[in-house]
Design a protein around this ligand. Sequence first.
Ligand code: SF4
Ligand code: SF4
Length: 452
Amino acid sequence: MVPSAIHNLSLSITEESVEQSLYQKVGGVCMAIAILALMAALAGAGKPYPALFLSIIIGMFALGAISYAIPYYQGHAGIRNNGIMFKNMTNRGTIAWILGIALTGFYIIIYWFPWMFEGLIRIFDPLSKLLTNQPANQWFMYGAFYTLAVLTMGIRFIGRHRHNRYHVIRTCSVMFFQLGFSFLIPMFLKKLNEPEFYFSYFWPLKYSYLFPSDVSSLMSSGHLGVFMVFWGAMMTFIATPILTYKYGKRWYCSWVCGCGGLAETAGDPYRHLSDKSLKAWKIERWMVHSVLVFITITTILLWLNSYYKGGILGSVSGSFAQWYGFFIGALFSGVIGVGFYPIMGSRVWCRFGCPMAAVLGLCQRFKSKFRITTNGGQCISCGNCSTFCEMGIDVRSYAQKGQNIVRASCVGCGICASVCPRGVLKLENGKEEGRINNNPIIIGNNNISVQL
Ligand code: SF4
Ligand code: SF4
């Protein structure tokens, strides 16, 4: 008889164990309890005991996510993607589809049928009254879940990449900005009867911040409102180009933005699902720049309309803004952008729809110090870098040629460099000269040539 331990020995990656650890099983139980409590709250059972239900749901979700993260803090530090291609949850299996449909359904309900969540929203009343002095609405509940996801999955991400200072610091940064700038500060402003303002979002991502209606309402709400208008305009027109020139788009997409924060933390298990094909790259460029043109025209039309006091383009500019809000603001950024994580990867919105990413990308491509340098001679063409690039960049093809990577879509997450077993890739901010090297060294079987 062959001992069972020998049965488990294998040199084949297809034999990779996908068994869960004890902590992950405990995490699964916690998640199940949280989901049961959530269902009960949806049915209205939480109304008499909102604080109790809220504690159970938040506590069990947090405990579940952290239990899943514990194995990453054990043993040697370093990236372990073991079995990622064999798990139902991370390889477009049935569970992934169920999760994708559930997330999509959640977004559809929260945008268009919030009354269906009434029972669930009510259990957030104690927290909402504490932070805003007002009862909760669907957006407060959404903000609380979103922040919880970034924080708990951020702990997991730090465990996975604790050997790498860059990842630890930038993950702490997105957790900080989400908790402080995208949740607590806006809620606190509400409590003080000031405008609910998100200091970490700017036009064109937060498109309404430069719409005439928002600007005039902020300007008429006192000194703080005037400062908010100034802040928004300054960040859009001055800070964004300067910071992108110095550091590339990573200063925002991988360090500050809430959408990027969710993608980097909750979306991390799905980063390898991004489409790397040339066709996807072509579609990406058309789509993301079309959205930027759309919101720019909308904003200009609204200002023209405001200047002429509705005399011209009155109905046109209004319906432009409404269509943009429906298709891009709600349908794309929410429903598709997050709902499709388990199927299309974590950066669908950032890659195909975000107008802020388009602006930052144009700066990064044409006027920036940022690049990823490649030491082509060391590349063994394993393809790890391309596989785990969440923006669908075929990093390997650049590495093989020893060509710098200067792509508009690169969010500077640095994962390609971390998963490279040969230290080929390096994220750098350097002199602009020589940043784009279109004459890379080609290393073939029989010779080395330079394309002039
Ligand atoms: S190329 Fe590297 S740094 Fe840029 S988005 Fe892809 S994985 Fe991140
Ligand atoms: S991960 Fe490193 S060695 Fe592998 S293909 Fe990419 S650059 Fe080459």
